[in-house]
Design a protein around this ligand. Structure first.
Ligand code: ZN
Length: 264
């Protein structure tokens, strides 16, 4: 299992545990005390998840950066790259920033889930109480079952589609987390490659190929500048359209080269 898979499994497990907690809510006999107990349990699960994911990020972002440095060293033909690899101060600063950024993004995920679960429990509690009361008053229980099923679904949805991104798309928490960490790790990898290369006086790079089928395909093998003012008719890597290359979850890397080919 990859490191990212381990992290997303932690989110999957937490979501399953939260759903099990919500499942325990007795909609026909709802008291405030029982919903408070369930919410306390949900908070506890999320606190544990935050600790686990913060530690994961602190451990794995530096590994991605180290790997990025290795890519630079290997590509520049440095001997014994495994022994030479280290994070320069610039890369250490970058890693620190990416760690903080990623931890903040993941914290926002659990905060979002918690807020939505709380709101759903509050709303469902009210709806269930009213439904139960009305059933007692008019003696009709025919619709109660449907209503309760609807309320159950509302509780489940608050977790299962708990994340809404900037463009309004709904995500399962673990799918969103998978996308966030893959993207951040790839960017840490790329930046550490560039920093190492530029530190060694290599100002160009070639974009990797793996036979991509998406918009990245047209960038495979292309030469780019690693700093904007390097001479030559190549695009600066920082200016490439993010819709086409280095999009979320993109697996393309950049391999530094000292002298760009003249026949492109
Ligand atoms: Zn790509």
């Amino acid at each position: 299992m990859s490191q990212v898979d381990k992290l997303t499994l932690a989110y999957k497990t937490a979501v399953a545990r939260i759903l099990a907690e919500l499942e325990r809510i007795d909609l026909t006999d709802m008291s405030r005390a029982s919903s408070i107990a369930v919410l306390a349990e949900v908070s506890k699960i999320l606190v544990g998840l935050n600790e686990e994911s913060a530690a994961w990020v602190a451990e794995n972002v530096p590994l991605a950066a180290r790997d990025g440095v290795l890519t630079a060293l290997t590509s520049l033909g440095i001997r014994n790259p495994e022994q030479v690899v280290r994070l320069t101060r610039l890369n250490q600063e970058m890693v620190k920033a990416v760690i903080e950024d990623t931890q903040a993004d993941l914290l926002a995920v659990t905060q979002n889930v918690e807020r939505r679960v709380r709101a759903a429990v509050r709303q469902v509690t009210g709806d269930a109480l009213r439904t139960n009361m009305a059933a007692g008053i008019n003696g009709r229980r025919t619709n109660t079952h449907d209503i309760m099923a609807g309320l159950r679904k509302k509780l489940g949805d608050s977790v299962n589609t708990g994340i809404i991104d900037a463009s309004g798309r709904r995500w399962r928490p673990e799918v969103y987390v998978d996308m966030v960490v893959r993207t951040k790790m790839a960017s840490a990898h790329r930046e550490s490659t560039i920093n190492e290369a530029v530190g060694r006086g290599a100002y160009y790079g070639r974009i990797s190929r793996h036979g991509a089928k998406d918009a990245c395909a047209s960038w495979e093998g292309k030469i780019v500048k690693l700093v904007p003012d390097a001479p030559g008719p190549f695009p600066y890597i920082g200016d490439l359209p993010r819709r086409e290359i280095f999009h979320p979850c993109c697996r393309h890397l950049v391999s530094p080269i000292r002298v760009p080919p003249t026949d492109v």
